[in-house]
Every structure is written in C-alpha cells, then in structure tokens.
Design a protein around this ligand. Sequence first.
Ligand code: SF4
Length: 296
Amino acid sequence: MLDLEAIKAQRGNKPVPYGTYEDALAAMEQSLEEDAPPSKEHILINNRLVAWEAYLGIAKVRSFPTQLHVGLNDVCNARCTFCQYAPERSTANMIKADDLRRAKWMKYVMNFFPNAGLSEPLIHPEIEDIFEIVRDNAPHINMHITTNVSLVSERLLPTLVSNLNVMIISLNAARKESYEALMPPLKWDRILRNIERIQEEKARQGRDRPQLQAGYVLNKHNLDELPELPSLLRRIGVEACRIIELKVPKPIQSRALLTDEDVASHDRTLALRKFEEFEAECRAHDIRLTQPLPAF
Ligand code: SF4
C-alpha cells in the first residue's frame, strides 16, 4: 500500500499528478484490454500513468515511453570536423521497417525521434516506409528529426513534409566556406536548395509543418559569422536555432578533428561581443533560440 502522504513530503514542491495512481493504472489496463484504434486519448492515458510512476518512484513501470528515440542506423554520409563519427566504427546494424510495423503500442507515445547516437537517419534505405509505418501505428504522435538534410530525394520529400512536426537541420555555419570546411563532403549550395525544396513542398501540401530549426556547433571557425545566421535563417524559412558549445571530440584514426585549440571561448571578449550582435539580429529577424547561448 502506497503511503502517499510520506511520498508527498519527500517530493517537496513537486506537483502531484492529476487524479490518483490507481485510477491512472486502471485506465491503462482498461485501454490495453479494449485495444481500440489509436486516438489522442491513448497518449493522455499513458502520460498520466508516466507522471504518477515518476512521482511515486515506481521502478517496474506499466507505462510506455512518452519520448521514443530510435537509432535507425549508425551510418552517416558526412565527416564533420567536430564529430567523432567514423565509418570504421559503424556496425551498419539497422532497425527494419517491419520491426516498427509490429510496434502497435506506439499509439501511446507522444514524441518519436528517429535519432540516437551519431548517424544520419535519412540514409536508411527504408526511411519513407518507416515514417509511414510510425504514422499508421500512431497517427497522433509528434515526429521530430535531426538531419544534415543532404539526402532529401524527390521520393522522400512528400513523406518528410506530410509526417514531420519538427526538423532540426545541422547547419553549423552561415557562410559557404566555413560550412564546407566544417561538414565535408557536404555542399552548401545543395543544402540550401534542399531547404528551399522542403519549403516548396510545404506550400504544395498547404502545411506549416515541419517547423524548421537549425543546430549550430559553435567553435572558433564559425564564431565570426554567427551574427549573420539570423538573417540567413529568416531568408530560408528556418524559425529557430540552438547554439551549442563545441564539445571537443576525442581523436579518431581516419581524419583530423577539431581540438582544444578550436573552442570559441579562447577569445571570451570576442565571443561575448558576437553573442550580443547575434541576439540583436535574432530579435531583428524574429528567430527564436531554443536553448540559452553557451555560458562563457
Ligand atoms: S552529420 Fe551529424 S552524425 Fe554526421 S558527421 Fe556530422 S555531426 Fe556527425
């Protein structure tokens, strides 16, 4: 028997979830027994049970994950200088579309991310099927992806746009020269054209999703151009971005990576000035930051 009062005292100010744990568990059991077609109600039932299990510290849970991160593969077509990805360490193992087809329980999951570890999810040979299967199993799920957006084929484009809610594009530069130096062998012009094609497909489908966001791994080679990023993002229809401080990668055999010498914080005064200019440009171009700037 749970001593809720004792648990409340331990949790301090943490809000007590809605209703009771017993009701949340009973709702899940009834839902599993009914096995009804997917609806938003499945997500609500699961979220409520997850909240209670977390609040009570229950280890043997009866809920499903609210956020599902699936490493579809461990292969990437880029060789970024700030990333430890190395083909010689890739296993080439991949999740098969049929594995996901069986996962009918995904109707309980709120968010799906086809990313885990270092990889480019759009390289997966069954990627179109995977998006469609997830959507069939879980019509109300939010699908988010992080991608370098270099592999947007004509075939994939409609599926991407009709299924994704958020696309985080690993952009990492505001100038062609630094992009191509930081993310070889990817080509700046092709990436910008692919983003444009996504916007065209959104217009064709009459959708305002996926929302496009940019990721930017800050280092001394892309610090100077940081204030140019917001106007570029506005021009190509990217609404938000996050600036992440370079985490210096461990050396790998196959190529030279950035080192301690390449962090942006070496010249703190310059970095802080660039941050100020960047924030002013974000305001001018209405670009939202999805996380605070690095604290130098
Ligand atoms: S695109 Fe992503 S996974 Fe691929 S090398 Fe660059 S940072 Fe690493």
